[in-house]
Design a protein around this ligand. Structure first.
Ligand code: PMP
Length: 287
């Protein structure tokens, strides 16, 4: 079955999909993206993802490439053409194609690309077994709230994690506080069972999964604090986990060489994963 991509108005075969060499996304990382999960053929948290896309674009003075209504239609069309029941959709918007010049081109049309990928979430061991994380210095810029395609420090961090046999790298600011993972938000559970995750600011990406998990915690009367935590606090925590659109709630069982809790996925992390899965499968009302 052919796999399609959406590229600037056309559904093209994925292997033939291409953009111009002077696309500003390619030359300057002058663009933003979103990743949304598809579960059981449904898009999870579609509106918060589109809200964040619009916000990222606004912060970079890039217009929306088309109306939200049209975006929703293209997303659905691509998901159904590629017969994705479980997986993800990737959207990327760049400022567009123009002769290379740092300042914004006067007349340019934003470029829009979408791809999908199938993922068998049910088969993933990470949910059951948990994962390790390493800690690394946060080398990124000061506007991490904008979901730009400028992901070089994130790629370097993820590669370092991979080489260390870990799933993720938690980035740590010069002040010793964890900001977030290279592609996920970071959480701990303290001895009294309170969830702790960093507060929203320009220092981290405002994760859509983070938002949904906090809404679930509120509904389930689980105490939480939105505040920074240090690596030492995380290593002494009862539990830890990461959240992202494709990682859901993934338990963390080791930070650098220190086991978290008893070195197995924690009970609250597992309950949150279960509730999040119910939500993703439409078995739980809107968060
Ligand atoms: N932080 C970073 C740096 C990310 O790249 C991601 C994933 N896009 C997240 C957090 C998690 O965000 P979300 O829950 O919206 O996937």
């Amino acid at each position: 079955m052919p796999r399609y991509a959406y590229v600037n108005g056309a559904y093209v075969q994925h292997r033939d999909a291409a953009i111009h060499i002077e696309d500003r996304g390619y030359q300057f990382a002058d663009g933003v993206y979103e990743v949304a999960t598809v579960a059981g053929g449904r898009l999870i948290d579609e509106e918060p993802h589109l809200d964040r896309l619009e916000r990222s674009l606004t912060e970079l003075f890039i217009p929306m490439p088309m109306s939200r209504r049209a975006l929703r239609l293209v997303m659905r069309t691509l998901i159904s053409r590629n017969q994705v029941r479980n997986g993800m959709i990737y959207l990327q918007v760049t400022r567009g194609v123009a002769p290379r010049d740092h300042k914004f081109p006067a007349h340019v049309t934003p470029a829009l690309v979408m791809t999908t990928r199938r993922i068998d979430f049910a088969a993933q061991e990470k949910f059951k077994k948990g994962v390790s994380v390493i800690t690394i210095p946060d080398l990124r810029w000061a506007r991490r709230d904008i979901k730009t395609v400028g992901l070089l420090p994130n790629c370097l961090g993820k590669q370092q994690a991979f080489e260390a046999g870990a799933f993720e790298a938690w980035q740590v600011g010069a002040d010793g506080f964890v900001t977030e993972g290279t592609s996920s938000n970071a959480w701990i559970v303290n001895a009294s069972g309170t969830l702790v995750t960093r507060h929203l600011s320009n220092d981290i990406l405002h994760g859509v999964t983070r938002r949904t998990v906090l809404a679930i915690a509120r509904e389930e009367n689980i105490a939480f604090q939105e505040r920074p935590f240090t690596v030492a606090e995380a290593m002494a925590a009862s539990e830890a986990f990461v959240t992202s659109a494709t990682s859901f709630v993934t338990p963390v069982i080791r930070i650098d060489n220190t086991a978290v809790g008893d070195g197995r996925p924690g009970p609250l992390s597992q309950r949150l994963l279960g509730w999040y899965r119910d939500y993703a499968e439409g078995l739980r009302a809107g968060a």
